[in-house]
Design a protein around this ligand. Structure first.
Ligand SMILES: [Fe+2]
Length: 276
């Protein structure tokens, strides 16, 4: 039987001694722990595509990856995607993409964004390449009552690439561009399973807040981001090869540190679980 141990951190727990063929049916225990801890790390998992594909099904239905370029594909697994630090912007300036390098939640411009993202570490730099996670539920609960009531009724508009984004996104072609949706989401989004609200923002995608002018909207976004990504809400994950890490996109933001040499490969496999 596996063991779940909470990290000494504002969020996160690790699962040790987990064997999918023996423990994969214990869905309720695992999903309940995940809701509570927001991220779970399954340690020492075999680095084969089917490991990630199997663990993903504990949490729901995997999403077919929206951008499937040849260099991203895992043969036989349309729900998986390779994320390599050596991937370049093939349709843009051909510079390395260094994807995920600022705070965000995945695919929030979708009307129903993926509830979860799961990564497995395949190659990790000797130093650097950590991923940080912020607990957006705790950050919401720590706001004063006046701020909570001010944001509870607000909705933000999320697009593929905001006018105010702090970083580049992969260049997309005309057809891919036309397929990119836009969506409105509550700034203080209730969790569909628990009802608890979290601050649900994404500086890469948020292009405005309904009923507010741009200046006031972005001032509020920046104020809430400064609050929710303070050290007291953040866990920094140092990857080990074999780690399978799942986070709840509705309760956490994440950000990769690309603080390693440009010729060193950091390679992950990713899948996402259908929302809400
Ligand atoms: Fe991401």
């Amino acid at each position: 039987m596996f063991e779940i141990t909470a990290f000494d951190a504002p969020l996160g727990a690790e699962i040790t001694n987990f064997d999918f063929s023996r423990d994969g049916h214990l869905v309720d225990e695992i999903v309940e722990a995940w809701h509570q801890h927001v991220i779970l790390v399954f340690r020492d998992q075999p680095t084969e595509p089917r490991t990630l594909a199997s663990i993903a099904r504990i949490f729901g239905t995997p999403v077919r990856q929206p951008l499937q370029r040849p260099e991203y594909q895992v043969e036989g697994f349309p729900e998986l995607r390779l994320l390599s630090s050596l991937h370049i912007d093939t349709l843009g300036d051909r510079e390395p993409l260094r994807i995920g390098g600022s705070w965000h939640t995945d695919h929030s411009h979708f009307p129903v964004p993926p509830r979860a993202t799961i990564l497995q570490a395949i190659k990790i730099p000797e130093q650097g390449g950590d991923t940080c996670f912020s607990n957006q539920r705790s950050a919401y609960e720590a706001l004063d009552e006046e701020t909570r009531s001010r944001i509870d009724s607000l909705s933000a508009k999320h697009v593929y690439n905001s006018r105010f984004t702090p970083r580049r996104m992969p260049t997309i072609t005309g057809d891919e561009g036309k397929k990119q949706p836009e969506a409105l989401h509550p700034v203080a989004r209730p969790h569909p399973d628990t009802g608890n609200r979290s601050i649900y923002l994404n500086p890469v995608r948020v292009d405005g807040i309904e009923g507010m002018d741009d200046e006031a909207a972005m001032a509020l976004v920046n104020e809430l981001m400064d609050h929710s990504t303070a050290d007291e809400f953040v866990y920094r994950h140092k990857w080990r090869v074999g780690d399978v890490l799942i986070w709840d996109n509705r309760q956490a933001l994440h950000m990769v540190h690309h603080d390693y040499a440009p010729d060193v490969e950091r390679l992950m496999i990713r899948t996402m679980i259908e929302g809400p």
